[in-house]
Design a protein. Sequence first.
Length: 226
Amino acid sequence: MSLNERLREYKARQEAGEVPPITSAHLEVIYREAEALAASDAEDRVLKAGDPFPSFELPDENGDVVSSADLLSRGPLGVVFYRGIWCDYCNFELEALEEIYPQIRELGADLVAVSPVTMPNLRAAIRRNKISYRILSDRGNAYARRFNLTYTMNQDLLDVWGGFGMDFSKINGDDSNSMTMPGVFLAGTDGVLRFASAHARHWERTEPADLLAAIEQLSLDRTARS
């Protein structure tokens, strides 16, 4: 089963009322806001393949700073933006990426995931999804903003999440109410994006197989040039 098949199955279960405490009234607000984001052409504003890759120095779950320059000195780098452990769709995506991570490493590339959540939430995501690749904290979505992935959650959406006891000032450690669209990017060692994909509708995600295919193509291109 592909990642998006699994997500569609989960979405259908939510809509059938099989995933409490979320209800049809909650979903109406969540879907409305996601569709409004999609209608705003937010995806079209995201960085594309061929654009320069924004460099980063971000802390991991232990507070150790991870540098994109260091990672790119060893090979291509995949970067995955996700919303947080509170998002079930994100957890499905992280698990699916973990399944292909050994193949990514075999091809000489690496992978990091980036989220606006605090360090304890990063650690929780690593434990829950049994992640072996790095997960980095992007406080305030400052790095995601450089990819044009961010938006501000409106009060209706905040009220839905607040009804579940979710306080994003604590989850993300800031009061911006900013959120990132899910996105997957691949940077070559030359610092140029070779693959880019983002989704305004958070229940849709980039297939891990598509990222893997892009890494494989990059490897073939390097071999052809050598």
